[in-house]
Ligand binder design. Structure first.
Ligand code: SAM
Length: 370
């Protein structure tokens, strides 16, 4: 009777439901958001401690179960059940605490949705599959370091709380789980930049985290995105845009000035794992969509060919004449990568300060990512 497509693995050990609620340190004035109440094992405990619980449940059968469970008790008036997909909600409901035995399909979109909130909850206590939980706390250089790890570390503090064996669930999942406690940074502690800007930059650099940042930015789609966003910036700031073709075609001169090292380990590079979940859940997939085998060499500067580095005919970049604005954007991208001294670093080695430095340097040049 439990639907695996909905990630329904019900907690059967009451000690773990207790611990999840306890670790949120709820106050009697708190509004709690619970994602996926299921039959209500965590919900009833939260209702006992908080002012109100908003429970968002995708499966109407489960919605009915949790409602029935508190019917006729004083807890009933504190419970609001919203039927639907939490990821499709334009924003998470305002709350002081978020708790969830998270359905594994929505792990990353749920975290991203919470971190993007202007007024995020004070605390989130969330159960995830172990590998996902490890990605949350991964550090630069770790195999599991990803866009998710950087965002979580940048916008919050995240602590591992406890391990939970699969025998604690009905039906047992295939893998072990972990509970983490996340405290989003709020007020003056929250970085004063737009979530979408920081995440937009991370999407580019983590699309292939083993490539140099220069190789990442020299992709056709990325340069096109930078150009589009730069034009928006120009029009908002009354800066004239020159769309005429540059007769001198500075490609060769500019490219030759670059000291580019070809990536040797492209083949075993991996796509951003969260981009795939984002796309599946919200239709907001972005460059590469996380799943496709990209062909980043497609738009490599022509001098790679001249240096004999790219000798595969099919990978020879086309030399379409570029507009002046396209050339300006290329110059700007190159300048930012050079002044930040990050051109030859790879996303897997960079920490959040490197990414912030990069973002601010792009902003100085009028290039934005959202
Ligand atoms: N909280 C219960 C417990 O711990 O026993 C059930 C947890 S179960 C792992 C996940 C619950 O999330 C299921 O009830 C499932 O129907 C619900 N669910 C799955 N996808 C969802 C979504 N996108 N939005 C809201 N609820 C969802």
């Amino acid at each position: 009777r439990f639907d695996k497509d909905y990630g329904q693995h019900i907690l059967k050990n009451p000690g773990i439901s207790d611990a999840i609620v306890e670790k949120a340190y709820l106050k009697p004035t708190d509004v709690v958001l619970e994602v996926g109440p299921g039959t209500g094992n965590i919900t009833v405990r939260a209702l006992e401690k908080a002012k109100k619980v908003i429970a968002v449940e995708l499966d109407p059968r489960m919605g009915a179960e949790v409602t029935k469970r508190v019917q006729g008790t004083p807890l009933a008036k504190k419970l609001e059940v919203i039927l639907g997909d939490v990821i499709k909600m334009p924003e998470l409901p305002a709350c002081d605490a978020l708790i969830s035995n998270t359905p594994y399909q929505i792990s990353s979109p749920l975290i991203f949705k919470m971190l993007a909130m202007k007024n995020p909850p004070r605390v989130a206590v969330l159960m995830f599959q172990r590998e996902f939980a490890k990605r949350l706390v991964a550090k630069p250089g770790d195999a599991l370091y990803s866009r998710l790890s950087v965002n979580v570390n940048f916008w919050s503090t995240c602590k591992h709380i406890m391990k939970v064996g699969k025998q604690n669930f009905k039906p047992p999942p295939k893998v072990e789980s972990d509970v983490v406690r996340i405290e989003p940074l709020v007020g003056a502690a929250r970085p004063n930049i737009a979530f979408e800007e920081f995440d937009g930059l991370l999407r580019i650099v983590f699309n292939r985290k083993n490539k140099t940042l220069r190789a990442g930015f020299w992709q056709k789609e990325v340069l096109a995105l930078c150009e589009r966003n730069y034009k928006v910036y120009c029009s908002l700031n009354n800066i004239a845009i020159d769309e005429t073709v540059d007769p001198t075609d500075k490609d060769v001169a500019m490219d030759t000035a670059m000291d580019v090292e070809m990536d040797v380990d492209d083949d075993d590079d991996e796509a951003d794992p969260d981009a795939a979940q984002d796309k599946k859940n919200s239709g907001n997939g972005w460059i590469g969509g996380g799943g496709d085998d990209d062909d980043d060499d497609e738009d490599m500067p022509v001098f790679f060919k001249e240096l004999g580095v790219v000798d595969d005919k099919d990978k020879t970049p086309s030399r379409n004449p570029k507009s002046r604005v396209a050339m300006i954007v290329r110059d700007k991208v190159e300048k930012v990568l050079t002044v930040t001294d990050l051109a030859d670093k790879r996303a897997r080695q960079c920490d959040q300060n490197d990414f912030l430095k990069l973002l601010l340097a792009f902003h100085e040049e009028g290039i934005h990512f959202s």
